[in-house]
Design a protein around this ligand. Sequence first.
Ligand code: 13P
Ligand code: SF4
Length: 317
Amino acid sequence: MATLTTHQIELVEKILTLKKEKNAVILVHNYLRPEVYEVADFIGDSLGLCEEAAQTKADIVVFSAVHFMAESAALLLPHAKVLLPNYNAGCALADMITAEQLRAFKLEHPGAAVVCYINSSAEVKAESDAVCTSANAAEVVRNLPEKKILFVPDKNLANFVARLVPEKEIIAWEGYCPIHHKITVEQVMKAKADHPNAKVIAHPECPEDILRIADKVASTTGMMKFAEQNENDEFIIITECGLTQRMIKEMPEKKFLSVCNMCYDMKKTTLESILEALEQEQFEIMIPEHVAVRARKSFKRMFELTGGVSKIPSLVE
Ligand code: 13P
Ligand code: SF4
């Protein structure tokens, strides 16, 4: 349990009561503020959150993360109300490509399949052949029949996948997550020199020179699992700062050092905004049906290529 102020304890109690009354669930990304974990029904990475959202029987899903994640839940759960507590919680990486830019990119490379990272808008997903997340990007690319793949919008994840799946020709869009991209290999080498016994765990949105020296590259939940299951007791965590906070809290017997930057969009969701979201039933994610139908197809392809489509009731005809 995070150390909460009296005001935060009151907010938590109000949220839990209202959540029950309205048959709502609260899904929370790994990077969120620690006090928000206290009201979570589930905490996870993009893939885990999608799977959890898609299977819920709740009438309302309060998606405590950023816009593209709530939008993904709304695509997979068309009959529930999906709420994003702070409508301004966006993602700089997702904003690096528009549907129009993707259409032009496709025209330059006829015959290539398009894989879009989940950190993208519903419109971009609608223009793609398959979605992927940081947890399954290599599997999605490997299992597509096409040899030539346009990978958007994250070039760092694209380069990482290209190394894992050398039989494919990957053409990457020039996007990146500024939070991960500005971490330098010098920072990591310094942390390694100071803590020579620590294992290095990095998120695949980091630049290639960092990923090449990491002991493990994984999604945020994959990073947590590696630290949990590895016999080492010291780790250098390279991603957004919130994940290390969660690891310190959940694995007090291990030592975590962080080379990280803060994603302010992930911190925009507060206990106050979650309470307001539940009270006012705001801000509901609405996706035009002509976009949703095509974006859902790209999601379906992801789950088909990774063997998980049976887990998503809305995608099973
Ligand atoms: P995960 O799916 O690994 O949690 O990553 C989401 C994200 O936005 C990382 O910056
Ligand atoms: Fe987007 Fe980067 Fe923030 Fe993740 S950390 S939500 S990719 S801006």
